[in-house]
Design a protein around this ligand. Structure first.
Ligand code: ADP
Ligand code: MG
Length: 688
C-alpha cells in the first residue's frame, strides 16, 4: 500500500485557521495525527431500545411520543416530559431549558433521544437527553459512536467529522506498519485504526470499554514500544555526553573515615549499591541511576558515600529534597558526618531569605561549600554552582525531569554532572520499563538488622478513646508516638488548624503527657526545636500534619496513629508508617478511619494491613490508582498514553521489551518514526 504523504489538517473540510490552531495545541498538524487521536469510549446509537428494556446506567437511544411536558417546581425548577413507545414510558428531565424547548415538546410529537438512563422516583429517567423531533423515520448510526478526548473547545461532533474524513484518507494510503513482521498480531495498523474510530454495530462494547479488544491491544503494544524506544534513545544520547571521571582511589580515605565514624556497618545491600555507584562515577559519561529502597533501608548513607567520591575529586555535590523537613533532616545528617571530615556545607530553602540567602548563595558559588543541600530553592536563578559534579535527588517522583535538567544546566562545568535519584516508592518493575528505561536501577533490598515489621490495625474513628488509651500506655511505658492529622485541603493554614485542635484535645485527655506539635506553618526554627525535643525524648507524643511524611528518624517511636488515612494514597501511608519500627521491639500503626469507607478506600487500607512490603504496596497502588498517580508525573505528560493503560496492558510489557530490542538493531529511521508517531512533541521533555 502506498505510504501516506504528509497532508496538513487544513486540507480537510471545515478546518480553518482557528480550528487548525486548536488542533495544533493537541499536537495534531497532519491528517495522520488525527488517526492517532483515539476515542476514549463509545456510545451505541446503532439501535433503538424499547423503553421497557431500559437498564439503569446504560447509554441508549429511545424513540417515543410525548404524552405531557410541564415545568415542575420541586427542589429545582425543571422541565419534565414523559414519552411513551408502546412498551412503557420514560421521563426526560431538563434543569436548563428555554421556553422554545417547552413549546417544541408538544404532546403527540415523536422524539428520538439519546442519553444515560437513571432510576428516578417514578421509573426510568434521562437527564438532559440529546433529542430531535422525528417527522419521518431517521436512519440509525451504522457504527458505534466514538467519544474523543477533548479539552479545548473542540466538540464531539467536530472530532467525529474530522476523524471520519481522516479515515477516508486511510482508505487510499495507510501509515506504514512499523512493528516487525514477526510480531504476531490479529490486526494490521490500518485495520486497528479503522476499527477503533468506527467500530461495527456488533463490536463487543464491554471489551472496548475495558481496553482489551485485539485492535486496542495492537495499538497499545505499538505505543508502549514507542515509549520504551524513546527512553532508550534518551539513554543512548546520555551515553554520548561527557561527565567528570571521579576516581575511586582518591575517595577511599574519606569514605573509610565516614564508615568508621558510624555506630553500625552498612548492610550487604548498601555495600553493593555503593559499589555500583562508585563504578558509574568513575566513568567519563554522566551516571543516571535510580536507587530504590524501602523506607528506612538507609539510602542517605549511600548518597553520602557517593558525595564523597565527587568531593574528593574536587567537585561540588547538590542534594535536593522535596520538602523543607526532609531537606533539614539531610542537613543534620550530613553536617554530623561531614563536619568531622572538614567538608563545607551550605543549606538553602525558600525560607532562607535576605542576608542569610546571600551568604548561602555566595558560599555555593565560590565552592567554599562542597556539599549543598536544599529544596526547590536550588533551582532559583540566583543560585550558581561551582564545579557541580553530582546531583542527588531524593524522592524522585516529586520532581519533574525538566527540573533535574535545570539543575544540570547550572553546573558550571564543561560536561554534565552525574545524577543519582533516590526513591522510597519502589517503582513496580512493569512500570519502570516504560517510565524509567532511561535510568539504571539499584535496589537496596535489605533493611538494617533489628527492624521489626509494623503491625497495622484499622480502627473506626468512633473508637477514638481506645486509641488514646493505647497512646497513653505506649508513652508511659517509655516509648514515643506520632499522631498524624490529614485534611483533604492542601491549605497549610487549615491543616495547621486541625493539628492544633487535635493536639489540644489530646493534651486535655492526657494531661500528664508531654505533647509536641509540628505543621507546615511554623517557622523552621520552631519546627527544628520541636523535632529535636522529640528526638531527645523530651516530647512523648508528636502531633503533626503530613509534613513528617519523610525524613523523621526517631528509633524509640513505636506507635503511629494516622487520622483519616482513607484520604491518603498508599505510597504516602507506607512512608508514614515507615517512621516507626526502627528501634526494635513491637511497633504498631493504627489507621483511624472515618466510616463508611469507599470501596477503594477499604482496598487501600486493607493492603496496608496485609503487607509491610513496599513493592507489594506499590503494585497495589498502581492497580488502584494508575501510573500517573503512582509516579506523580501526570503533569509532565511523561505517561500520558493515548491508548495504552496500565495495569490493563501489563501483560504486553514483556513483548514490548523484546520488540524494542529488535527495532533498535534495525533501521534508526523506523525508530524515529515510531517515536514521532506516538510521543510527538512530548519528546522534548525527556531531554536530559
Ligand atoms: P531511608 O532509606 O528511608 O532514607 P535513612 O537513610 O534515613 O533511610 O536511614 C534510616 C536510619 O537507619 C538512619 O538512622 C540511619 O542512620 C540508619 N541506618 C542506615 N544504615 C544502617 C545500617 N546499615 N545499620 C543500622 N542502621 C542504619
Ligand atoms: Mg530518606
Amino acid at each position: 500500500m502506498a505510504v501516506l504523504d504528509p497532508i496538513p489538517v487544513t486540507a480537510l473540510r471545515g478546518v480553518g485557521p482557528r480550528l487548525a490552531q486548536q488542533l495544533a495545541d493537541y499536537g495534531i498538524g497532519q491528517v495522520e495525527d488525527l488517526l492517532f487521536h483515539l476515542p476514549l469510549r463509545y456510545q451505541d446509537r446503532t439501535r433503538i431500545t424499547p423503553i421497557a428494556a431500559l437498564q439503569e446506567g446504560a447509554e441508549v437511544t429511545v424513540e417515543g411520543e410525548v404524552r405531557l411536558a410541564d415545568i415542575v417546581y420541586g427542589r429545582r425548577r425543571s422541565l419534565v416530559a414523559r414519552i411513551q413507545d408502546g412498551s412503557g414510558s420514560l421521563t426526560l428531565r431538563f434543569f436548563h431549558f428555554s421556553a422554545a424547548q417547552k413549546n417544541q415538546l408538544q404532546p403527540g410529537t415523536r422524539l428520538r433521544c439519546f442519553g444515560q438512563v437513571r432510576r428516578g422516583g417514578a421509573g426510568m429517567e434521562i437527564f438532559h437527553p440529546e433529542y430531535r423531533a422525528l417527522n419521518e423515520p431517521l436512519p440509525v448510526a451504522e457504527t458505534l459512536t466514538p467519544v474523543y478526548p477533548t479539552t479545548n473547545g473542540i466538540g464531539q461532533n467536530q472530532w467525529r467529522k474530522l476523524c471520519s474524513q481522516a479515515l477516508q484518507y486511510l482508505e487510499r494510503a495507510a501509515p506504514p506498519d512499523l512493528l516487525p513482521a514477526s510480531t504476531r498480531l490479529h490486526f494490521s495498523l490500518a485495520a486497528a485504526l479503522r476499527y477503533l474510530h468506527a467500530p461495527p454495530p456488533d463490536a463487543p462494547l464491554a471489551q472496548l470499554l475495558a481496553g482489551t479488544h485485539p485492535a486496542q491491544l495492537r495499538l497499545a503494544l505499538e505505543e508502549l514500544v514507542a515509549h520504551n524506544l524513546s527512553l532508550l534513545r534518551l539513554r543512548e544520547r546520555q551515553q554520548t555526553r561527557t561527565a567528570p571521571a571521579l576516581r575511586q582511589d582518591r575517595a577511599q580515605a574519606l569514605q573509610h573515615a565516614l564508615l568508621a565514624s558510624l555506630p553500625f556497618t552498612p548492610t550487604g545491600a548498601q555495600q553493593r549499591v555503593m559499589a555500583e555507584i562508585a563504578t558509574d562515577l568513575a566513568r567519563p559519561v554522566p551516571m543516571l541511576r535510580l536507587v530504590q529502597g524501602d523506607v528506612g533501608s538507609g539510602k542517605t548513607l549511600v548518597a553520602a558515600h557517593a558525595a564523597l567520591q565527587a568531593i574528593a575529586n574536587g567537585y561540588q555535590v547538590a542534594l535536593m529534597a522535596p520538602t523543607e523537613i526532609l531537606a533539614e533532616q539531610h542537613r543534620l545528617n550530613f553536617a554530623a558526618w561531614f563536619e568531622a571530615l572538614d567538608i563545607g556545607l551550605e543549606w538553602l530553602s525558600g525560607r532562607v531569605k535576605g542576608k542569610a540567602r546571600k551568604a548561602a548563595t555566595a558560599g555555593i558559588a565560590s565552592g567554599e561549600a562542597a556539599m549543598v543541600i536544599g529544596t526547590h530553592a536550588l533551582f532559583q536563578e540566583d543560585v550558581a554552582f561551582h564545579r557541580l559534579g553530582l546531583v542527588i535527588v531524593d524522592e524522585q517522583h516529586k520532581f519533574g525531569v525538566h527540573q533535574r535538567l535545570a539543575l544540570s544546566q547550572k553546573a558550571g562545568i564543561a560536561g554534565h554532572p552525574h545524577q543519582l535519584v533516590l526513591t522510597a516508592t519502589p517503582i513496580p518493575r512493569t512500570l519502570s520499563m516504560v517510565a524509567y528505561a532511561d535510568l539504571d536501577c539499584s535496589v537496596i533490598d535489605e533493611l538494617p538488622p533489628g527492624r521489626e515489621p509494623v503491625t497495622t490495625l484499622l480502627i473506626d474513628s468512633q473508637r477514638r478513646e481506645q486509641v488514646v488509651a493505647r497512646v497513653a500506655k505506649a508513652c508511659t511505658g517509655g516509648r514515643q508516638a506520632y499522631w498524624v492529622c490529614t485534611l483533604i485541603e492542601e491549605s497549610d493554614a487549615l491543616q495547621a488548624q486541625a493539628a492544633e485542635a487535635t493536639a489540644q484535645r489530646l493534651q486535655e485527655a492526657l494531661p500528664e503527657l508531654s505533647i509536641g506539635l509540628v505543621h507546615g506553618r511554623m517557622k523552621p526554627v520552631e519546627k527544628a526545636a520541636v523535632m529535636s525535643a522529640f528526638k531527645a525524648g523530651e516530647v512523648a507524643l508528636l502531633v503533626a500534619t503530613t509534613v513528617i511524611e519523610v525524613g523523621v528518624d526517631v528509633a524509640n517511636a513505636s506507635l503511629m496513629i494516622i487520622e483519616n488515612p482513607e484520604r491518603l494514597g498508599l505510597a504516602q501511608l507506607h512512608q508514614l508508617r515507615g517512621r516507626v519500627g526502627r528501634g526494635g521491639g513491637a511497633s504498631h500503626c493504627l489507621l483511624l478511619y472515618q466510616s463508611p469507607l469507599s470501596r477503594s478506600g477499604r482496598q487501600r487500607l486493607t493492603a496496608m494491613r496485609e503487607s509491610n512490603d513496599g513493592f507489594y504496596i506499590a503494585e497495589k497502588d498502581l492497580e488502584l490508582r494508575g501510573p500517573g498517580e503512582v509516579l506523580g508525573t501526570r503533569q509532565t505528560g511523561l505517561l500520558a498514553f493515548r491508548i495504552a493503560e496500565l495495569p490493563t496492558h501489563n501483560h504486553l510489557l514483556e513483548q514490548v521489551q523484546a520488540i524494542a530490542a529488535i527495532l533498535q538493531q534495525g533501521d534508526p529511521a523506523v525508530v524515529d518514526e515510531l517515536i514521532q508517531r506516538w510521543t510527538g512533541t512530548r519528546q522534548q521533555f525527556g531531554g536530559v
